[in-house]
Design a protein around this ligand. Structure first.
Ligand code: ADP
Ligand code: SF4
Ligand code: MG
Length: 254
């Protein structure tokens, strides 16, 4: 099982990238589980084609011990298994703790043994890399962490914090830094700035994703680009990303 986490600043394009990556991998025949770890809970909406995914935390609040796997794992396009951890009641509780609760519940219900995913993809908000949000890195959940960033200052600031979190835990056999995904915003000297960050973090850019209007067009249909416009140049970019990510994960496994 390949376990990947995508981290990055809110709004940078993690969920768009994660969903298209899931779709490209599923199209290649892999069984993919995508787990949204962002209180926004919109990671998998374009894979599942629905607006409001039920979240693990909401279902637990409602059903408690009666929560079943079917309540929290929704099958989307090409059999992609979609999970949204969800978030705390605003002003009360801890979002990080919520992620841990969701992970624990999936394990308790034997989600991985039952669905046997080839790839598990965590889509994690990286603005605050506190203990809770670092859980996919430090709990032995993700093997490879990919950081999604543009050349914008705040995105690079978040990316640098994520890199530090990975560095702090790397000697304990936890996740490695798989690489940097540049989701372009077309700011000045963008590639140069992101290359500089990657170099400082002892990593590299694994893929440059251009800004593309295909993304919005697909979103309007509640679909990924890979599903809605498979012939487009942007779908090809996401398929290339999938190949790169697989290559890196398989290289690390051997
Ligand atoms: P995050 O999950 O990091 O909060 P999203 O994936 O939801 O961010 O992306 C935020 C918005 O940015 C999306 O609504 C999407 O339309 C847009 N977006 C992301 N990547 C691209 C891209 N490569 N080209 C054009 N628009 C993009
Ligand atoms: Fe929880 Fe992190 Fe927020 Fe602290 S900063 S309350 S650990 S989510
Ligand atoms: Mg998101």
């Amino acid at each position: 099982m390949i376990k990947i986490a995508l981290y990055g600043k809110g709004g940078i394009g993690k969920s768009t990238t994660a969903s298209n990556l899931s779709a490209a991998l599923a199209k290649r025949g892999y069984r993919v589980m995508q787990i949204g770890c962002d209180p926004k809970a919109d990671s998998t909406q374009n894979v599942c084609g629905i607006d409001k995914m039920p979240t693990v935390l909401d279902v637990i609040r409602e059903k408690g011990e009666g929560t079943s796997l079917e309540d929290i794992v929704i099958q989307g396009w090409n059999g992609i298994l979609c999970v949204e951890a969800g978030g705390p009641t605003p002003g009360i509780g801890c979002a990080g703790r919520g992620i841990i609760t969701a992970f624990e519940r999936l394990e308790q219900l034997h989600a991985y043994e039952i669905y046997k995913p080839d790839v598990v993809l965590y889509d994690v908000l990286g603005d605050v890399v506190c203990g809770g949000f670092a859980m996919p890195i430090r709990g032995g959940y993700a093997d490879q962490v990919f950081v999604v960033t543009s050349g914008e200052k705040m995105a690079l600031y978040a990316a640098a914090n994520i890199a530090l979190a990975i560095e702090n835990f790397k000697n304990r056999g936890y996740a490695s830094f798989g690489g940097v995904i540049l989701n372009a915003r077309n700011v000045e000297r963008e590639v140069e700035l992101v290359e500089e960050f990657a170099r400082d973090a002892d990593s590299q850019i694994v893929k440059i994703l251009p800004r593309s209007s295909w993304v919005q067009r697909a979103e309007e249909q509640h679909k990924t680009v890979v599903e809605a416009f498979p012939e487009s140049d942007m779908a090809e970019e996401y398929r290339e990303l999938a190949d790169r990510v697989l290559q890196i994960c398989q290289m690390e496994e051997n």
